[in-house]
Design a protein around this ligand. Structure first.
Ligand code: SAM
Length: 366
């Protein structure tokens, strides 16, 4: 890589931080968030929700509503305000550190991506002239320049989500456990799989490991994501194909082509009309008897979550406003099960929400 910096190797397929101090700081932040943020969050949010109910303040996805909520919480549950502030500040701190650290070796990483674009196993197809729709300009989760704004967005997302997920992010543990949960079609036949909105291809690669004989594809709207996904798959010697494609714009792929389509945590991050078009595309691309596996936030039609918190009230207000999730409130208010049925899908079962979000398994009728 670049001559100026020591080669610190990789963490799995992921290039290490440039300096040991960056890595130490990020490990510290990750553990701090696990202890301080994730542990107490349930109690803090329950208290905040109770205070909001007592004050008669309900969350609506508007700035006024979020401000009204902040005012109640400042007054009645100051620890919730502190929680939100620390959550936001640590989120910014880790993205900034990851961005700055990798940017020190920017030219080396750009060359690395140009080189892996041309190599196998597997392939990547992307369009340098692609015009991104305006809704992708959001810096989701406060990631600097979001999913599409920088050639190194995929690399940043990899290390940043490792910090975010903490222990679950180690060695792609979360995605390995997701791949193990994916339900195949009822007839068991799997020759082609598509992982929609695959980001850096973590689930895509784990699906290839689970179904080694299948042809496995990952699609994502972001060129930086699919390019880095391909690099990451090469590092793991996996023969997976990545294409830059919006989930709502898969019209040029042949109908009935796939046996299984997966989509993990895309829907809460895009506007509702995009979700409907993505569902319609999944239906068209699946063969009769094919399966659509969705894992995302629980919505109106979802079975209730065991802790009763789901994504509503204080958490929804703060996450949407402070963690840059502008479309999530509309998603959790919608009935995604109904939208799936309207497109023709038959819901096989749901799995209750856990760290891996709420699973829905649907089949395209024979
Ligand atoms: C939260 S990440 C998805 C995580 C990923 N599925 C995984 O297994 O970890 C959201 C991804 O959706 C992509 N995306 C956003 N809008 C999209 C769209 N309309 N079609 C396809 N991908 C989209 C983003 O580029 C980003 O990579």
């Amino acid at each position: 890589m670049d001559n100026f910096f020591p080669d610190r190797g990789k963490v799995g397929p992921t290039p290490s931080m440039t300096h040991r101090a960056d890595e130490s700081f990020l490990n510290y932040l990750s553990d701090l968030r696990a202890e301080l943020m994730m542990g107490p969050s349930k109690v803090v949010h329950q208290k905040a929700n109770a205070a909001l109910a007592a004050a008669g303040v309900k969350f609506e996805p508007t700035e006024e509503s979020v401000e009204a909520i902040r005012a109640v919480v400042r007054d009645k549950v100051p620890e919730a305000g502190v929680w939100a502030r620390v959550y936001r500040s640590t989120q910014d701190a880790f993205w900034n550190r990851v961005t700055d650290s990798y940017d020190l070796r920017r030219q080396g990483f750009l060359t690395m991506l140009e080189d892996s674009d041309k190599r196998g196993p597997g392939s990547v197809t992307w369009d340098p002239t692609y015009q991104y729709p305006p809704y992708t300009a959001v810096e989701t989760h406060r990631q600097n320049q979001g999913y599409v704004g920088d050639a190194l967005s995929g690399l940043r997302f990899d290390y940043g989500t490792r910090v975010f997920y903490g222990a679950a992010g180690e060695n792609d543990f979360l995605h390995k456990s997701l791949a193990a949960k994916v339900s195949p079609p009822l007839d068991g036949k799997i020759t082609r799989i598509m992982d929609m909105a695959c980001s850096i291809g973590q689930l895509t690669c784990e699906l290839k490991r689970r179904f080694p004989d299948a042809e496995v594809w990952g699609s994502d709207i972001s060129a930086p994501m699919v390019r880095y996904a391909h690099y990451r798959a090469i590092e793991q010697k996996l023969d997976v194909h990545f294409i830059q494609k919006a989930a709502e714009d898969l019209d040029d792929l042949p109908a009935g082509h796939f046996d299984l389509i997966t989509v993990f945590i895309l829907f809460h991050e895009v506007p509702l009309p995009i979700i409907d078009r993505a569902i319609a595309n999944a239906f068209r691309l699946l063969r009769p008897g094919g399966t659509f596996w969705i894992s995302d936030f629980p919505t109106q039609g979802a079975e209730p979550n065991s802790d009763g918190l789901n994504y509503h009230g204080y958490l929804a207000a703060i996450d949407s406003a402070d963690n840059s999730e502008p479309y999530a409130p509309d998603f959790v208010r919608c009935n995604v099960e109904e939208r799936l049925a309207k497109c023709g899908f038959r819901l096989r079962y749901q799995t209750l929400a856990d760290i891996n979000a709420h699973g829905r398994v649907c089949d395209k009728p024979e």
